[in-house]
Ligand binder design. Sequence first.
Ligand SMILES: Cc1cc2nc3c(=O)[nH]c(=O)nc-3n(C[C@H](O)[C@H](O)[C@H](O)COP(=O)(O)OP(=O)(O)OC[C@H]3O[C@@H](n4cnc5c(N)ncnc54)[C@H](O)[C@@H]3O)c2cc1C
Length: 287
Amino acid sequence: MIPASFDYIAAKSLDEAISLLATHKDDAKILAGGHSLLPAMKLRLMQPKVLIDLGRIKELSYIKEEAGQLRIGAMTTHFQVETSDLLRRVCPLLPETATQLGDMQVRNKGTIGGSVAHSDPAADWPAAILALDAEIVATSARGDRVIKATSFFVEMLTTALEPGEILREIRIPGGKGKSGQAYVKVRHPASGFAVVGVAVNLAADGGKCQSAGVGITGVSPKAYRAANVESGLKGNALDAKTLSAAAAHAADGVDINSDLYASAEYRKQLATVYTRRALEIAASRLK
Ligand SMILES: Cc1cc2nc3c(=O)[nH]c(=O)nc-3n(C[C@H](O)[C@H](O)[C@H](O)COP(=O)(O)OP(=O)(O)OC[C@H]3O[C@@H](n4cnc5c(N)ncnc54)[C@H](O)[C@@H]3O)c2cc1C
């Protein structure tokens, strides 16, 4: 459990981090909270020659409203999301997700940008980011690039980030009309990661569902938007029958993970049941 030797550089600014990454290329890895990277290095699953630490770059840690969007800096910790008054008021799905993530140590040190960039198939944030139809801002020596969350998670531990790019910000569109949100999760008893995690973001008008975002994690090699659940809700009254019928499509069209803890069949059943529960909670919160 001892990592291979590496050099460590604490970048003082985002520009310096971008320049260091351009210099060291594939030899380098960005270090955020270290809660996924350091265990992987100790297991020698990753052996970067250089770590570029973003931990001292204050400009990457913020939660604010700007241009009709919520904007969250990559180095914002899970705890900062959990305790943000702004988010509790305008986007409670994010604090609700944070409260269910890992334990206090993980939430104090781990970052939303690090988790999204890591794209662990059982991580919580990707479900919420997808349900909220977020955008991810990647920055490099070539400038900024905005990537839709639906295109960002490519496969297990692989994202649309290109060599030299740093995840800088997550942007969430402002809601319109009545909205109701919820995150529910089956925690793995040992790791706390999601065996199944379902994030829901509903908007309704005149008693009917105007838009639905349903993000699911833990079920397949990458988090996904449950398109058939969403289409089963849009335009319909959000009654118990509609929610249950839509939830039955939670695992449509995805490769379902199977491991010692949960077979594919069991995970599919959990996905259906927890999607229904998340929809019921979100619908009950419509305001
Ligand atoms: C005991 C334990 C329990 C946990 N439980 C959960 C859980 O229940 N749910 C959950 O979702 N997670 C859980 N985690 C993971 C935790 O949330 C991590 O914080 C997160 O996955 C990674 O964030 P980090 O800031 O620590 O990133 P790091 O570990 O520093 O980095 C992770 C990867 O992303 C890259 N990276 C980091 N930041 C950037 C950036 N801005 N731009 C580009 N690349 C970047 C790194 O190079 C590295 O490859 C747990 C971790 C531990 C140790």
